[in-house]
Design a protein around this ligand. Structure first.
Ligand SMILES: O=P(O)(O)OC[C@H]1O[C@H](OP(=O)(O)OP(=O)(O)O)[C@H](O)[C@@H]1O
Ligand SMILES: Nc1nc2[nH]cnc2c(=O)[nH]1
Length: 179
């Protein structure tokens, strides 16, 4: 049972479902007639992407990129690496980046600049925002939940590549880190 490792739940399954529905309705109005490319950032965004797009009721395409800056632990390495690029032509395209979390902001700043440099119009939706963690200046147009400066897991977010499959967002017990 993964639940025994959880100290507290910060965002419940129900809260995520309700908020994703609201965001989907807002994004439907924003992107109607624009055929956006909805771009999930692997791996953490997968559960949120799957929940969100059910509620985007207009034509859209989807693609994925993989970038990584956290290697196994709870601290950003400070260096963002592009591991897998998009497969789609993006010049002139409306792109909606779907992220699980903005923390230092380094991942999204890197991605936004890269895609804009290639001629895309980029907006961002994130499930979680941790404003106290910010090191570089970047914000999402749409945020699910603003959370305090704690390391969180679940609903796509990992510790050492584990806990991504929890259906909610929570904080691990201290003892898990010393295992
Ligand atoms: O704002 P930042 O400090 O840059 O942190 C946010 C990024 O960190 C996590 O990715 P990670 O590099 O751990 O890859 P993952 O999605 O495969 O877990 C998360 O999914 C975001 O992409
Ligand atoms: N799992 C996880 N990944 C992150 N990447 C940036 N912040 C976090 C966080 O709080 N939890």
């Amino acid at each position: 049972m993964l639940e025994k490792d959880i100290e507290k739940v910060l965002v419940s399954e129900e809260q995520i479902r309700v908020r994703s529905t609201e965001l989907g309705e807002i994004l439907t109005a924003e992107y109607e007639g624009k055929n956006p490319l909805v771009l999930g950032i692997l791996r953490g965004s997968v559960p949120f992407m799957a929940e969100l797009i059910k509620h985007i009721d207009c034509h859209m395409e989807m693609d994925f990129m993989t970038v990584s800056s956290y290697h196994g632990g709870t601290k950003s390495s400070g260096e963002v690496k592009l591991i897998m690029d998009v497969d789609t032509a993006i010049r002139g395209r409306d792109i909606l980046i779907v992220e699980d979390i903005i923390d230092t902001g380094r991942t999204l700043k890197y991605l936004k600049e890269l895609l804009e440099h290639r001629g895309a119009k980029v907006k961002i939706v994130t499930l979680l925002d941790k404003p106290e963690g910010r090191i570089v200046d970047i914000d999402a147009q749409w945020t699910g939940f603003t959370i305090p400066n704690e390391f969180v897991v679940g609903f796509g977010l990992d510790y050492d590549n584990n806990y991504r499959n929890l259906p909610y967002v929570g904080v691990l017990k201290e003892e898990v880190y010393s295992k």
